[in-house]
Write a protein of this length. Sequence first.
Length: 278
Amino acid sequence: MNWERHVIITTVLGIIYGLIALVLGVGNAAAEQSDEELAKKLANPIAALISVPFEFNYNEGFGTEDGKQLLLNIQPVVPITLNEDWNVISRTILPVIWQDDIAGRSGEQFGLGDTLQSLFFLPNIPLDTGIGNLTWGLGPAILIPTGTDELLGSEKLGLGPTGVALIQKGPWTYGALTNHIWSVAGKSSRDDISATFIQPFLAYTTPTAWTFIVQTESTYDWKADQWSVPINASISKLTTIGSQKVQFQLAGRYWADSPSEGPDDFGVSVKITFLFPR
């Protein structure tokens, strides 16, 4: 697939997400919630809050040529009400990737990576545990082979379970999100997938809607017997631009462990999240 087609695909997808955000934003003014409340909801990965984050990540140190990668994750979160007792939270991660020499002298690639679609079924009312409100959700995770180059995607369809549990009390949010993906179809010439993802997190939100987060996004590859363990520390601020609620986040990343051909040392990310309170 050539560069022109890559650009067309990513441009069209960007327009689609922009239109969705515009349509959803029509009802934005109707929701009266404080910035602190909204910032706390954003610290909860399965909050009943429509949001469209755009997360830019930079990593380097891939392989023998110290390859570089710039990754944009488009991550819309959409809550769906099933009935008075249950919600479904749809979380999508669509990566747009530019990379150079990540597998030896492999040159540049630009396009889409594989899409991860997760659905969390959760009770509408958190459980009061005495130490805080417990929110939990379980559901399926689907890895969709949307990669536009063999070095950008796995060329495998993957399925597995996903779950999250967290407690919120006062300014604190802490918990973990996890999933496991097995490949179930795809090119036989590509490696099968069996990978566990674990994301413990701790967040503190101030009355002025600043949020400080420490988390890891660890992945264990059961086929290769390898860990990838980035440790992230971030600071974010929720603000209003016109009538639009927006959160800006800056994060630093340290790779505590990674495969020999994976990234190392340090990375950085910038995230912009558009909120559409219901």
